[in-house]
Design a protein around this ligand. Sequence first.
Ligand code: CU
Length: 268
Amino acid sequence: MRATRLVHVAVGVAFLALAADPAVAQTRNIDLITDLNQTLLYAAIPITVLVEAILIYAVVKFRNKEEPEPTQENRRLEITWTVATAIVLLFVGFASYQVLAVEEVGNPVPGDEERVEPTVSEDLEGAAGPYESENEAVEIELRAYRYGWEATYEGTDVTTDNEIRIPTDRPVYIHITSEDWLHMLSAPDLGLKQTAFPGEYNTIKTVAYEEGSHQYYCTEYCGVGHSQMNGEFIVMGADDYDTWLSEQGSTDDGTEMDSEASVARPAA
Ligand SMILES: [Cu+2]
């Protein structure tokens, strides 16, 4: 009786796990990461089932053996499991490399000749500009400080505090740095995560698919205000984004005039 119920629960959970398709991918980054996760999961499930089945079989079958015998050397079996393990590891390595080698996940590498110079305010190492071919690309400089984030939009004086606006369907390069201490940008919905180091830039890249608004956090403990060091990623339609940006730029001297999301920056 109990065993049947357990089996039912197990089957139910397995179905739920497989049926719980992740929501529509918001960015190329999260798309790639979720796909890899699923590929590895589909490979891992049969292996887990096989290993557990052999284990349970052995435990049940040999549980009452009066005189246990030592295992005999079995070269064929050893070769089999060594080769099988190697195949599994190669598969995992190959599948992961396919994703890690993509810029959106592995991050753009600076110094590539086909890239344009990154648009950043300071002459520091680490920033990677867009490829020459990406003439639609958007660059944003993101400065983390205790305890907030200031985004500056390429070619303008427009800044937003604790808010990052990006357009859909265009490559977005975010050059992250810090003014004081280690911080980390993490936007789980968008599959973005990168450390902010003082004195250098780290560039991340994304392409957003869907309009929407997503929380981001500082995930590197940085002091008493760490837990309030959040902000909002706002993904806008490409035209809306251009309109928004030009409206910001046309206000008097281009100082920030942003909505409620903007939080006054505390004195140091
Ligand atoms: Cu922080």
